[in-house]
Design a binder for this molecule. Structure first.
Ligand SMILES: NC(=O)C1=CN([C@@H]2O[C@H](COP(=O)(O)OP(=O)(O)OC[C@H]3O[C@@H](n4cnc5c(N)ncnc54)[C@H](O)[C@@H]3O)[C@@H](O)[C@H]2O)C=CC1
Ligand SMILES: O=C(CO)COP(=O)(O)O
Length: 922
C-alpha cells in the first residue's frame, strides 16, 4: 500500500467504513488509494472495463495511474449502484464536462443522506457552471445540504505515492466539511475546512487555464521572471472573478487559490501546464489545424480541464465584465487559433496600469472603452460612437482623456455611465467635451433654447441615459446588454442595437455652461462614505438636480445604499422636469436597502409622475416599506384622486387608496414566466435577486418592459402587468378605515392572516393612473399554484391565467408565523446577507435592526414543497445560534450568489445556508 499512512490518532476520528469513489481516472484512483490507506473500504467506480479489471486483478490502474501499487481495500466496479451501496461518503471525481450527464444517468442510485464530495476542477462550457453548481442544479434539494468540494494543490501521482499534501474541503455546512476532513486526514494528508465553496471551485478551475499560459511561457523559454509574473497577475484575475461571483478574496490566498496555482503553474506533472508546453512545441499551422472548426483541442488532452475551461472563463468574464487578460489569451490561442507567441506578446503590450484595483474606475474605464467601442461599431457600422463612462466609486477622468487621445474614442454618440450626476458632469468637463455633448443629443437644453430641445426630442429616439448601479466590473457586461436590450432603458443604444446608423439632427459644438465650469474637480475616493461626504461638502445636490432636470430620461439602477444616500432620491424628488419622462424610457430600479422612508418618499413623488415606472425591490426593509406606503396611500391625495378620476370617485377609490400605487407594485421581470417551477412567492426571491435580475434576467425583463413601452408608443393607454409583492399586499379595507393609519397592516397581522389563509387579501385589481392602467394581482391568490402570475393569460391584459402546467390547486399557507415566533425572541438578528454586498449593512444597523426578516424567509420557504428547505434552515439557524449566542447570523440563499446559471428554478428544498458570520466582520 503506497499511500501515506495516517496516524492512528487521526484515523480513529472517523467512523467512516466505506467510501465510494466515483471516477477511475488518475485522481479518483489516487484518492481511493489514499482513503484505503486509512483502512477504509473503497469502492471505485470506473467507466472503463479495463480499469476495473486492472484494479481488481493487478491492484494497479494501468490506464490512468500506471506504476502505482494500489491498496487491496479498493474494489473496482463498473456499477455505480454497487459502488455507492452502503457507502458513507461519495467522492465524485470525473472531469467537469461529464458531470451533468453522469448525474442524469446515475442520480437514481445516489444516496442523498451521505455527503457527496466533488473533486473536479473546471467550469462547464455551455452553462458556465462549476461542478458544485452543476450538482445543485441537477440534484434534487434533498442532496444539497450534504454537498462539499475538495480543492487544493494535489497531483494524483504524488498522492498516489503518499507524498505530503494539503487540501481544502469547502461546504456550506461546516459539519459536512468536518466529516470529510476527518475521513481524509492523515499525517501526510492535511485537510482544512472552508465555507467558500464557489471561491474554492473557481480557483481550481482558473488555475488550470493559467497553468496553460505558464506552460507556454516556459515552453518558449521566457524564463522564471515571466512565469512568476503570470502567476501573480493570474492571481489578480482569479481574485476578480472569485469576488465577482460572490467568493471570498481570502480563498485566493489559501490552498485552493495560490497553493494550487503555484503548483500547477510550475510543474510538468500538471497536464494543463504540459498542454501549454505542448502548444509551443507544435508548429503554428499544426496548432491551427487542431483548433480549426470545433475549437476542440486534441482529444488526448481533454482531461486537461483548462482547455475547455478557458472557453467557459472567456464567456464568464465577458458576462460578468471581469478583466482577465491572461485567461483571455489562453482562450484565444486554444479556441481562436491565435498564434501563441503573439498572444503572449500582446499581454506584454497592454497599457500600463496600477498593480492593484484600488481605483476600480481606472481599469474599468480602460476595459470598457475599447470593448464596447467595438461592440458599438459592430452594431452600427457607419456610426461613430463615443462611449464614455464614469464608473463606480471612482471616475478617472484621465483615463478617458488618455483613451481619447489614443484615438480610441471618437464620434458622435455618448453613453454616459455614471454613478451619479457628479460623474456626468465630469464628463462634460473634459477639455474636448464638445465632442461628447455635441454627440449627446440626449442632453438637450444645457445651453440650447427650448426650440432646439423640442427639435432634438422630436427627431431623435435618443435620450440621455444616466445609468448607475453596477460596480464597474459589471459595466462591460451591462454595456452589452444595453446594446442588446436597449428598449428597456437605454435609449441611446436603441439605434445601435437595431443596427441603424446614428440618426437625428447634426451635432454642433456647444459651450460649456458656466454652471458646469464652476463645478469643482472630482476627487478620488475609495469608499462610499468619502464619496458622499464629498457630495455633501459641495452641496452637490443643488448643482446636480438642476442639470438632472433637463434630462429626458432618468434611468437609475440603484443599489440601495446610493439611493439612500440621496443622489438619485433627490433627483427624483426635486427635478420638476422629470414629470415629462416618457414611460418608454423610464424605469426606476431601486433596492430599498433598509431605507423604507426614503423609498416611500420617492414612491410618493412618483405617484405624481404617472409615466415613471418603478420597480421596487426592497429587501430588509420591506415590511417597513409596506407600512410607509400605507401611510402614503392613506394620506397622499394623488393615488386616490387618480383612482377616483378613473372610477368615478366611488368605492373603487378606496381600493386604490388602500392598495399600493403602481409605484409600489413590482413589474415582474418574468424570469419565471415560462417556468412551471415558479414559486408562488417568487417575489421574495426576486427581491434577493436584484443583481441576478440585472445581470442575467435582463433579457426577459427588457422584454416585458419593452412590451409595455410598445403599448405606450402605440397609444396613450399603457397596460402594465404588475403584481404586488407580499410585503405590500394589504387587506382590502372598508372606505372609512382606509383613510386612517389605524387600518394599516402590521407585519404581525399580515403574517397571521397569511397563516390563516389570507382570504381577505386584496383581489386582482386595476388601477388607473393618468394614462396608465396597472393591473395588480396579489401574490397570495397565487399561493400553491406552481406558476408565475404572469403566465400568459386570457383575463385581459395584466390578468392572471393558469398555465397548462399549473396544478391550479390552492394549498392553505402553513403557519409560518409560529416558526417565525420561535426565532424572533432571541438575541440573533437575522439578516438577509448578500456576500457580494458585504459591508452594505453596517454592523450597528444590523445589530439594531428592529425586525427579524426571517419571517420572509419562512414565507419563501413555505408552503409544502419547500418544507425540506425550511427544515434545513431551521436546524442550521438553531445550530448557529447555539454556537455563537449573541452574534448576528446572516442568512442567505446560495441561489443568491451571483450568478449561478440555471438557478432560477426554485430548487426543492431551497438552497439555503446559514452562516455564522459575525456581521461585524462581514
Ligand atoms: N489528476 C490530478 O492530479 C487531479 C485531477 N483533479 C480533477 O479531477 C477530475 C478528474 O481528473 P482525473 O482523475 O485526473 O482524470 P483522468 O484524466 O486521469 O481520466 C479521465 C477520467 O474521465 C473519465 N471520463 C472520460 N470520458 C467520460 C465520460 N464521457 N463520462 C464520464 N467519465 C468520463 C474517465 O473514465 C477517467 O476517469 C478533473 O476535474 C481534474 O481536474 C483534481 C486534482 C488533481
Ligand atoms: O489539479 C491538479 C493539481 O492540484 C492537477 O492539475 P492538472 O490537471 O493540470 O494535472
Amino acid at each position: 500500500m503506497a499511500s501515506a499512512g495516517g496516524s492512528m490518532k487521526e484515523a480513529a476520528k472517523t467512523s467512516v467504513r466505506k467510501v465510494a469513489v466515483l471516477g477511475g481516472g488518475a485522481f479518483g484512483t489516487a484518492m481511493a488509494n489514499h482513503v484505503a490507506s486509512k483502512g477504509i473500504l473503497v469502492s471505485l467506480w470506473a467507466r472503463e472495463d479495463e480499469v476495473v479489471h486492472s484494479v481488481n486483478s493487478k491492484h494497479e490502474n494501468s490506464t490512468f495511474l500506471a506504476g502505482i501499487p494500489l491498496s487491496e481495500k479498493i474494489v473496482a466496479t463498473s456499477s455505480v449502484a454497487e459502488a455507492v451501496s452502503e457507502a458513507e461518503l461519495l467522492f465524485l471525481i470525473i472531469p467537469t464536462p461529464f458531470i451533468a450527464k453522469w448525474l442524469e444517468q446515475n442520480q437514481t442510485v445516489l444516496p442523498w443522506q451521505v455527503p457527496l464530495v466533488c473533486f473536479s476542477k473546471g467550469i462547464e462550457q455551455q452553462s458556465l457552471r462549476t461542478p458544485y453548481e452543476i450538482l445543485v442544479d441537477e440534484l434534487p434539494g434533498k442532496y444539497h445540504a450534504k454537498l462539499a468540494v475538495v480543492s487544493g494543490p494535489s497531483f494524483a501521482k504524488e498522492i498516489g505515492v503518499g507524498l505530503p499534501t494539503s487540501v481544502t474541503c469547502a461546504a456550506q455546512d461546516l459539519e459536512v466539511a468536518k466529516q470529510v476532513q476527518l475521513a481524509l486526514a492523515t499525517r501526510n494528508f492535511r485537510v482544512y475546512t472552508a465555507a467558500d465553496v464557489i471561491g474554492a471551485e473557481l480557483c481550481g478551475a482558473l488555475k488550470n487555464v493559467l497553468a496553460i499560459a505558464c506552460g507556454a511561457s516556459d515552453g518558449f523559454g521566457f524564463g522564471a521572471n515571466a512565469r512568476a509574473a503570470l502567476i501573480t497577475r493570474g492571481l489578480a484575475e482569479m481574485t476578480r472573478l472569485v469576488v465577482k461571483k460572490g467568493g471570498k478574496a481570502s480563498t485566493i490566498t489559501g490552498l485552493a487559490g495560490v497553493g494550487d496555482l503555484v503548483l500547477t503553474c510550475s510543474s510538468s506533472l500538471s497536464r494543463n501546464y504540459s498542454v501549454g508546453q505542448a502548444m509551443v512545441a507544435r508548429s503554428l499551422p499544426e496548432h491551427k489545424r487542431q483548433v480549426t472548426g470545433t475549437g476542440n483541442f486534441n482529444q488526448d488532452l481533454a482531461v486537461a480541464e483548462g482547455v475547455k475551461t478557458s472557453l467557459a472563463v472567456h464567456l464568464l468574464a465577458e458576462r460578468l465584465g471581469v478583466e482577465m487578460p491572461i485567461c483571455e489569451s489562453v482562450y484565444e490561442v486554444i479556441h481562436k487559433g491565435v498564434d501563441i507567441k503573439t498572444a503572449l506578446r500582446k499581454l506584454q503590450d497592454r497599457p500600463l496600469r496600477a498593480e492593484h484595483d484600488e481605483y476600480q474606475g481606472t481599469w474599468a474605464v480602460r476595459l470598457l472603452l475599447p470593448t464596447s467601442q467595438g461592440a458599438l461599431r459592430a452594431a452600427a457600422p457607419g456610426a461613430q460612437a463615443t462611449l464614455s463612462c464614469a464608473v463606480d466609486t471612482l471616475f478617472r477622468i484621465e483615463e478617458v482623456r488618455k483613451t481619447r487621445a489614443d484615438g480610441e474614442v471618437e464620434g458622435q454618440l455618448c453613453v454616459a455611465w455614471a454613478l451619479d450626476f457628479r460623474y456626468c458632469i465630469d464628463l462634460l468637463k473634459l477639455p474636448s467635451w464638445e465632442v461628447l455633448t455635441a454627440a449627446d443629443r440626449g442632453w438637450p437644453g444645457l445651453d440650447e433654447d427650448e426650440a432646439d430641445v423640442a427639435a432634438v426630442r422630436a427627431s431623435a429616439p435618443l435620450r440621455s441615459c444616466f445609468w448607475r448601479a453596477l460596480p464597474c466590473v459589471e459595466m462591460r457586461a451591462t454595456a452589452r446588454r444595453l446594446l442588446k436590450y436597449a428598449p428597456l432603458a437605454a435609449p441611446l443604444a436603441v439605434p445601435l442595437a437595431r443596427g441603424l446608423p446614428d440618426t437625428g439632427p447634426s451635432v454642433r459644438p456647444r459651450e460649456k455652461s458656466a454652471q458646469l465650469r464652476s463645478f469643482p474637480e472630482a476627487r478620488c475616493s475609495t469608499t462610499h462614505e468619502r464619496e458622499f461626504a464629498y457630495i455633501h461638502e459641495h452641496n452637490f445636490d443643488e448643482k446636480m438636480w438642476s442639470i438632472a432636470g433637463k434630462v429626458d430620461f432618468l434611468g437609475l439602477m440603484e443599489e440601495g445604499c446610493y439611493l439612500f444616500k440621496g443622489v438619485a432620491r433627490d433627483v427624483i424628488l426635486r427635478a420638476p422636469q422629470i414629470k415629462s419622462v416618457p414611460l418608454a424610457a423610464s424605469a426606476l430600479l431601486c433596492n430599498a436597502f433598509e431605507q423604507a422612508p426614503a423609498i416611500a418618499e420617492i414612491l410618493r413623488k412618483i405617484v405624481e409622475l404617472p409615466h415613471l415606472f418603478a420597480v421596487v425591490m426592497a429587501s430588509d426593509s420591506w415590511d417597513a416599506l409596506a407600512a410607509e406606503l400605507a401611510t402614503i396611500s392613506t394620506s397622499a391625495p394623488t393615488a386616490s384622486s387618480a383612482g377616483a378620476a378613473a372610477s368615478g370617485g366611488t368605492g373603487e377609490t378606496v381600493e386604490v387608496a388602500t392598495s399600493p400605487t403602481p409605484t409600489g407594485a413590482c413589474i415582474e421581470p418574468s424570469h419565471a414566466t415560462t417556468s412551471a417551477e415558479a414559486h408562488p412567492v417568487f417575489a421574495d426571491r426576486l427581491r434577493l435577486r436584484l443583481r441576478a435580475l440585472l445581470l442575467e434576467d435582463f433579457p426577459r425583463f427588457a422584454t416585458s418592459h419593452a412590451a409595455i413601452a410598445a403599448e405606450h408608443a402605440a397609444g396613450t393607454h399603457v397596460v402594465a402587468r404588475a403584481t404586488l409583492l407580499p410585503g405590500v399586499c394589504r387587506q382590502r379595507l372598508p372606505a372609512a378605515s382606509s383613510k386612517s393609519s389605524a387600518g394599516r397592516w402590521t407585519p404581525a397581522r399580515r403574517m397571521s392572516r397569511q397563516a390563516t389563509g389570507g382570504t381577505s387579501m386584496m383581489p386582482r385589481h386595476t388601477l388607473h393612473m393618468g394614462a396608465m392602467r396597472v393591473t395588480t394581482t396579489p401574490l397570495r391568490s397565487l399561493v400553491g399554484r406552481q406558476c408565475s402570475p404572469f403566465e400568459k393569460g386570457g383575463e385581459g391584459q395584466g390578468g392572471v391565467e393558469r398555465s397548462p402546467n399549473c396544478s391550479g390547486t390552492t394549498q392553505p399557507p402553513v403557519a409560518a408565523h409560529s416558526l417565525l415566533n420561535s426565532f424572533s425572541d432571541g438575541p440573533a438578528v437575522v439578516q438577509e446577507h448578500r456576500p457580494s454586498w458585504a459591508g452594505v449593512v453596517p454592523p450597528a444597523q444590523a445589530q439594531a435592526a428592529p425586525q427579524c426578516t426571517f419571517g420572509r424567509w419562512l414565507r419563501a420557504l413555505t408552503p409544502g414543497r419547500t418544507a425540506q428547505g425550511r427544515c434545513i434552515l431551521t436546524s442550521m439557524l438553531s445550530r448557529e445560534r447555539s454556537r455563537s449566542p449573541g452574534r448576528a447570523a446572516s442568512v442567505w440563499s446560495s441561489g443568491d450568489v451571483p450568478p449561478l446559471p440555471g438557478r432560477h428554478r426554485w430548487v426543492e428544498g431551497g438552497r439555503v445556508a446559514v452562516y455564522g458570520h459575525d456581521l461585524q466582520n462581514a
